[in-house]
Design a protein around this ligand. Structure first.
Ligand code: ZN
Length: 162
């Protein structure tokens, strides 16, 4: 099995086909828009954030399979969490896809998010996988927009083929 085939595993495909928590959230009190110009991914993340807890979360938008599946799994992972726990998970996820955290040897809360570990071998896809997390983080911080141009890794245009 090639690394690329492994990347698009069944769980990722399933979430891409049937994204969870997809659509506008009318009760949202935090909204942020995230763009990944390298791939064309574009999502809006809606949070109902009350008493330091993410009571509800939804997303809408369009993107590649990895970005959409990641957004779907991100919403499931942070729903019900307080800000500190959500930010901790974001940090672990980001470090994992950047190859800075070994999810098998370092204690973490990643759980099923580990299916995205293979993304680290595809620099272009790191931004796809991270986009919804950065957007969720921006919403928590009360920011309205975020772009993958503002975070790593830097990508040469020659790499944009995966
Ligand atoms: Zn993408």
């Amino acid at each position: 099995m090639s690394a690329l085939t492994e990347l698009y595993n069944e769980q990722i495909k399933e979430h891409e086909k049937k994204p969870r928590n997809f659509g506008k959230l009318e009760t949202a009190n935090r909204v942020a828009e995230g763009r990944n110009p390298v791939c064309g991914d574009h999502f809006t993340v809606y949070l109902q954030y009350e008493d330091d807890v993410i009571k509800d979360i939804r997303f809408e938008g369009e993107g590649c399979a990895i970005s959409k599946a990641s957004a779907s799994m991100m919403t499931r992972s942070v729903k019900g969490k307080n800000k500190a726990d959500a930010e901790q998970l974001f940090s672990e996820f980001h470090q994992m896809v950047l190859g800075e955290l070994d999810e098998e040897t370092t204690p973490n809360q990643l759980g099923y998010l580990k299916v995205f570990a293979g993304v680290r071998n595809f620099p272009v896809r790191v931004k796809c996988a991270s986009l919804s997390w950065h957007t969720m983080h921006a919403a928590l911080e009360g920011e309205e927009t975020t772009s993958t141009e503002d975070f790593g890794p830097d990508i040469a245009s020659s790499q944009i083929s995966a």
